[in-house]
Design a protein. Structure first.
Length: 71
């Protein structure tokens, strides 16, 4: 008796993968908008106002990135 190789094909959930891709895209868009808004708002502050909240101009992008990453 010969042994025929079996071929196992897993079902691919295209709809689920697409839905996750769209959700990931939406989240990235939301994060980008949050980052831009934070940078814009913090750049409006004077050096004194930034110092009052414990920041310098060099901290703005870092703070904006961290804030956006928490969404």
């Amino acid at each position: 008796m010969q042994h025929a190789p079996s071929l196992h094909i897993e079902a691919v959930d295209f709809v689920g993968r697409f839905a996750r891709m769209v959700e990931s895209w939406r989240l990235n868009q939301k994060r980008a908008a949050s980052y831009k808004k934070t940078v814009k708002e913090l750049n409006k502050l004077t050096a004194r106002e930034l110092a009052d909240v414990g920041l310098t101009r060099g901290d703005i992008e870092y703070v904006a990135r961290r804030g956006a990453a928490t969404l």
